[in-house]
Every structure is written in C-alpha cells, then in structure tokens.
Design a protein around this ligand. Structure first.
Ligand SMILES: [Mg+2]
Length: 167
C-alpha cells in the first residue's frame, strides 16, 4: 500500500530538471504542476528563468500544462498569466477533485498525465489516487513555514519504509 500510494515515478531537484523528451516517449501528454515549492518558492510569485524556459519548451513540444494548487486564485493568477497556462485553484489535494477538474479542462486521460509536486501527502497521493504518473520535487533545501519540518520528517519516514517494501 505504501509503495502504491507514496512512491513517485521519479524524483528531481527542480521542475526544470524533468526530461520532456522522456515524458513524451512514455506517452505523457499532460503535465499538472503544483505551485509552492514546485513552480515558485513557498509563498512567492517570482519565477526562475529556468522554470519559465522549461514551461515554454513543454508547450512547444505539445504538452498540455496546467497548475493544480490548493492555493487561492489571487496567488496563482499572475504566474499563470505570465506562463500562459490555465490553473485550477483550491484543488483540495490529496482529494482528487482538482486533478479531475484539470483533466476535464484539458481533455486529458489520467493515464497520459503527470502530476508534479513537492509533497507526498498532497501532490503524490492525489496524483496516485487519480491514476496519474507522479514526479516529486526534492530541492537541496526547502524554504517554508516552520511546521512543514514535521511533515518533511513524516515524508522521509514513509519513503524509507515504502522503499524498503518488497515489490
Ligand atoms: Mg507545494
């Protein structure tokens, strides 16, 4: 169960490290992106150049890209506008609600879509529950609210056990 729900298909340090050609080869057509600690730093709306370039490259290659975040519209709008991609606010991850809305919006099937995010208990779990492939963002250091330390501790605890499970 741990492995099925909490082990992402792959892990990267930054969204910009995701190999788009490889996704294409694996039949992925849609990319759903978490917001805080995935597209931007926590509680920020500034975009790194490499992230802007990566999103542009994804669109050029024909991927359908959408932000799926638990944040409210006011925080997402300017980044979505700048990247010229749609967004689903108040996604309620780990519920499948926001992901379902995004799949509908982009007319995508779950089997051809990747969920990218930094949290096991929201992004990866919601993605897995919706039948998507999942990618976990793991930067060298997170800049985030103090109580996330406890969440990160639990994530590592679960991941250690999930990886120790026999397939
Ligand atoms: Mg996040």
């Amino acid at each position: 169960m741990l492995k099925r729900m909490f082990v992402p298909n792959f892990t990267v340090m930054s969204v910009a490290d995701i190999d788009l050609a490889r996704l294409k080869k694996n039949g992925i057509r849609g990319i759903l992106l978490d917001f805080d600690n995935t597209l931007v730093k926590w509680n920020d709306t500034r975009l790194q150049k490499k992230v802007v370039r990566w999103v542009a490259a994804a669109k050029r290659l024909g991927f359908l890209v959408c932000i799926v975040s638990n944040a409210i519209t006011e925080r997402l709008q300017s980044v979505a506008d700048r990247l010229q991609i749609p967004f689903v606010p108040q996604a309620c991850k780990p519920s499948t609600l926001g992901i379902r809305r995004a799949l509908e919006k982009l007319a995508l099937d779950s089997s051809e879509t990747l969920m990218v995010g930094d949290q096991l208990f929201t992004d990866v779990l919601a993605g897995k529950r919706s039948g998507l492939q999942t990618a976990l963002i793991r930067p060298k250091k997170f800049h985030e609210q103090w109580w996330m330390k406890g969440v990160r501790y639990l994530e590592n605890f679960i991941q250690d056990r999930a990886f120790a499970c026999k397939v």
